[in-house]
Design a protein around this ligand. Structure first.
Ligand SMILES: [Zn+2]
Length: 312
């Protein structure tokens, strides 16, 4: 267990919850729920889990101009409403941007300035009186797919979310591999086109710049969903996507790669040409498997991963 979480548990957060909730019939019956939160760039979702079942679920659009303050208030008001009928045991959070896991802080959001260095886990913990743990949403989505989805039984697993942006997470030995500074798995900012167009991160030709939904719409004037229905476009698109995934296969030899996110829902129209392109780029010299499949948990990979994170 990471030191930061051990401090939360040893620091008496659970004990405080016990005191506060004494007399609560749900608590006395031993029915405790785990709160899961998924904060993305365009939407956020919350869920409640009991005995491994999702019993409540809400998704709302993110109001970008409202910034961090708006988002935190939305989350707290939904959680307080739910607490009227459910007692929370713990809370797991997946955040759509880099997270300093050791410090349990959001490092930054490339879209909203006010998230910089924000201690979201301790904020939720203080406001709701439950231990909370946060990680980057691609790491959490990967954990969800590894435990409950298309990655179950495949270790190591690489998960990529292919959506407005591109994120990645590596699950090895059943746990998230975070690297030295919590920045492992950031496949979106590997370079696939040296000298290519400028990415939000400040570098040029990143995989995210070439293949993420936000840029596809700007570059081609159509949504990613529309573009995915054009076989000629997809044939060109998978070249850069495969360059990014080839690095993952060469470096990590994952047992499986799971692709989630909105563009990952394109099904065979995307996956058949993608696998063919990977076969073309990865010569028979390498016996590393090419096993690339869509996510099984759909839009809920991060919520299921938040459940697993909160239980870890
Ligand atoms: Zn970048």
């Amino acid at each position: 267990m990471p030191a930061g979480i051990r401090v939360l548990l040893d620091g008496g957060a659970i004990g405080q919850s016990e005191n506060r909730l004494a007399g609560d019939p749900q608590w006395e019956n031993g029915i405790m729920s785990i709160l899961a939160i998924d904060i993305g760039g365009t939407k956020f979702s919350m869920a409640l889990f009991e005995d491994g079942q999702m019993i409540r679920h809400e998704t709302h659009a993110t109001q970008r101009e409202g910034g961090r303050e708006w988002m935190v208030e939305q989350i707290l008001s939904i959680a307080r409403l739910w607490r009227g009928s459910n007692s929370f045991e713990s809370c797991g959070i997946g955040f759509g941007g880099p997270v300093d896991f050791a410090a349990q802080r959001v490092a930054l959001s490339t879209h909203v300035d006010t998230w910089q260095n924000f201690p979201l886990a301790s904020c939720i913990q203080d406001e709701l009186g439950v231990p909370a743990v946060i990680d980057n949403d691609a790491n959490v989505g990967g954990l969800g797919e590894a435990r409950y989805g298309a990655g179950a039984g495949y270790d190591p697993l690489f998960y990529m979310t292919l959506s407005t942006g591109i994120g990645g997470g590596l699950i090895a030995g059943g746990n998230i591999y975070r690297g030295a500074d919590s920045y492992a798995g950031e496949i979106g900012h590997t370079t696939v086109r040296p000298g290519g167009p400028l990415c939000l991160c400040g570098a040029c030709g990143c995989l995210e710049r070439m293949c993420a939904g936000i840029w596809m719409e700007r570059d081609y004037g159509k949504t990613a969903k529309e573009l995915m229905t054009d076989p000629a476009f997809v044939l060109r698109y998978v070249v850069d996507l495969a360059i990014g995934l080839k690095s993952v296969i060469m470096l990590l030899n994952p047992a499986r790669i799971v692709i989630g996110g909105g563009i990952g829902k394109a099904g065979d129209r995307l996956f058949v040409p993608l696998r063919a392109e990977l076969r073309r780029q990865i010569t028979s010299w390498s016996r590393a498997r090419i096993d690339v499949v869509p996510a099984a948990l759909g839009d809920d990979s991060v919520l299921w991963g938040a459940l697993a994170l909160a239980q870890s």
